[in-house]
Design a protein. Sequence first.
Length: 286
Amino acid sequence: MAAVLISYRVGLPTKFESRSHTVGLATATALIDTPSSQVVDLGGETGNDPSSLASRASLLASLMTTSPLREEIAKQAGISPTTLIASSIDPAGGAAAAAAAPAVSGAVVTAKDPRANILKVSIPNIQSSQVPIIVVNTQAPDAAGAAKLANEAIVVLKAHVTALAASQQVPGARRIVVTQLGPAQAESARRGPSPLISAIIFVFVFLIGCAVILTVLWLRGAWETAAEDEQMPAELAEVEWLPVNNGEPAPIQEAPARKGRASEVRRRTSSATRGGDGARDWMSAP
């Protein structure tokens, strides 16, 4: 039963749903740069240096997980916004912040739900300094869906930055350029309890159950034996012993028959009375 509850969700009416399921994972990256690339040109104007671009990349990463970009990403990826869980990771917080990053979404599913689509956006750190790169990690019910979600997230970001720069009439030389570094890389992964763990738990619980049953049976037998040992002197006291006449056994009056060792006492008593003088020796034995 324990193994079943760990491996399956049990509902009413009788319904078994596996807790283990396969999901798709994907990763895509985008470079935040300027028309005059700062990757190869180190003599740019103030505000276009890599450290400044890294700060803008962090700002864009946060925008990707909030409205209206979040809803637009869901639309372009062909999924419902209610199944999209989006969060941005603070690069200064390290691994602990990444694990505890709050979800910013209107999703009605949890991250453990097989239907969930998860979007996590972060800025990598290299030797304690940020780089102007946005890393998009996604999860979807399958690998193709995860790859599409990651790719569309960057496409939507590029369109948003371009539209915003045009609406504010930012000169082309001062605009931010978002460049995706190759298509998203996707793979499948398994979530939930492993079948091996369920099998180990089943064997462990089975052995524990067998040990408990054997212990109960042994204790019951020990109690019954102790009770019969306490009852035996009372049986001997209730037997009326009569003398033997001329080697012939005399009639004796026995107590009502009882179970257990009392029956053995009566059997030995009858054998002793039929044995003549040997009965006296048997009776005188301690």
